[in-house]
Design a protein around this ligand. Structure first.
Ligand code: NDP
Ligand code: MG
Length: 394
């Protein structure tokens, strides 16, 4: 039996992962589940999957939760906080860790999983954006197997020659093409973007996802973060990675080889496909995703991204090229700005403004330890909060 720990089990990726795992109770056993605020869902998952450990990271009174665990005679040990996450990420009996916490909060436990040499199904792109070099070096040194869950990176992984090694530049590859749907505002008149609401930004045309990544998709900061993620996973410079708008979200990304061949991976936009691929790699299992009906899709379109509409793309590409502290600052600024937008404190277009201004204040240097990364992260959050407050007043 493969033993799995799911970090961020109550989120969109966590739930999709459990949906796939539930099909194979004889192959996979859930050893640990973690949740932050949605304790009702976490309890329901504990009842269904009976893990050995459950971790709660949010600030709650856990009496009721503990009573419920007892009442249902669940044998799980309850752990708290970030230490609990790090602990279950490195449990000796666990061979596979699904890193599906959103944002910088997922960095430490993803890194722990890599340091413990696990098979790591990586959804938490922010950990690579923040600490790519460190993360990939730890993976190499500790023999961790990194399997990308982000659909674009999973697609690229599937289009590469199959030895499953992330962090090594693939042979014969000229370019990676990251596809992007363009999100809900691809064709919205530019003068309306200033006043779009969080609900409009979270209404993605093709994918169902958590709120933070939905807003990132609407600004296209998500694609910028994915550019940085791809640089680290596939050891390619940002100049050799192109972004292509493909509104149908059927092609999930492409690899162009020196001979002119372009390989793509296609499928319905449903995260259970990359999750099932990464869980079962190098084999294949059913994921529950519908067959792709290309005739019904009709046509596939491709466009160059409009950098006036999506300034976050330019800002992220600059941060990718600069490297070092810049991607850390970018991620922190974006997390603060997205949260402020979701709380309706700043406007949609302010998200990119906050990122731009934080990067302008950030000194260029290369953090070489987790502590140094976290100190850039903290400082950038302070800048971003100040800038967001100034924007609030306008
Ligand atoms: P969700 O917001 O749906 O879920 C996030 C998970 O993280 C939840 O389990 C949440 O707990 C937990 N969490 C939130 N804050 C904290 C914290 N401070 N400490 C510990 N745990 C926390 O996000 P998604 O599932 O959409 O995304 C997860 C990651 O996967 C992100 O990095 C995203 O970029 C990436 N990703 C997601 C895709 C998608 O389709 N959803 C596609 C590709 C990548 P709770 O809900 O209990 O509060
Ligand atoms: Mg993606």
């Amino acid at each position: 039996m493969r033993q799995i720990a799911i970090l961020g089990a109550t989120g969109s990726i966590g739930c999709s992962t459990l949906d796939v795992l539930a099909r194979y109770p004889d192959v996979y056993r859930v050893a640990a589940l973690t949740g932050h605020s949605n304790l009702e869902r976490l309890l329901e998952q504990c009842r269904k999957f009976r893990p050995d450990y459950v971790v709660v990271t949010g600030d709650h009174n856990l009496q009721n939760f503990t009573d419920q665990l007892r009442k249902c005679r669940l044998p799980c040990e309850l752990l708290h906080g970030a230490e609990g996450l790090d602990y279950v990420a490195a449990l000796p009996q666990v061979d596979t860790v699904v890193a599906a916490i959103v944002g910088a909060a997922g960095l430490s436990s993803s890194l722990e999983a890599v340091r413990a040499g696990k098979r790591v199904l990586l959804a938490n792109k922010e950990s690579l954006v923040m600490s790519g070099e460190l993360f990939m070096a730890e993976a190499r040194e500790n023999g961790a197997l990194l399997l990308p869950v982000d659909s674009e990176h999973n697609a690229i992984f599937q289009c590469l020659p199959g030895d499953g090694k992330c962090g090594v530049r693939p042979e014969g590859v000229r370019r990676l093409l990251l596809t992007a749907s363009g999100g809900p505002f691809l064709n919205t008149p530019l003068d309306q973007l200033e006043s779009v609401t969080p609900d409009q930004a979270c209404a993605h045309p093709n994918w169902s996802m958590g709120r933070k990544i939905s807003v990132d998709s609407a600004t296209m900061m998500n694609k910028g973060l994915e550019l940085i993620e791809a640089c680290h996973l596939f050891s390619m410079p940002p100049q050799e990675i192109d972004i292509v708008i493909h509104p149908q979200s059927v092609i999930h990304s492409m690899v162009e080889y020196f001979d002119g061949s372009v390989l793509s991976q296609m499928g319905n936009p449903d995260m259970r496909t990359p999750i099932a691929h990464a869980l079962s790699w190098p084999n294949r299992v059913e994921s529950g995703v519908d067959w792709l009906d290309l005739v019904k899709t009709g046509s596939l379109e491709f466009h160059a991204p409009d950098l006036d509409r999506f300034p976050a793309l330019r800002i992220a590409a600059d941060a990718a090229a600069a490297g070092g502290a810049m991607p850390v600052a970018l991620n922190a600024a974006n997390e603060i700005a997205v949260e402020a937008f979701l709380q309706q404190k700043i406007g949609f277009l302010d998200i990119a403004r906050v990122a731009d201004k934080v990067l302008a204040k950030t000194e260029q240097w290369t953090p070489s330890s987790l502590d140094q990364v976290l100190s850039v992260d903290q400082q950038s959050r302070i800048y971003a909060n100040e800038i967001a407050e100034q924007l609030c007043k306008h």
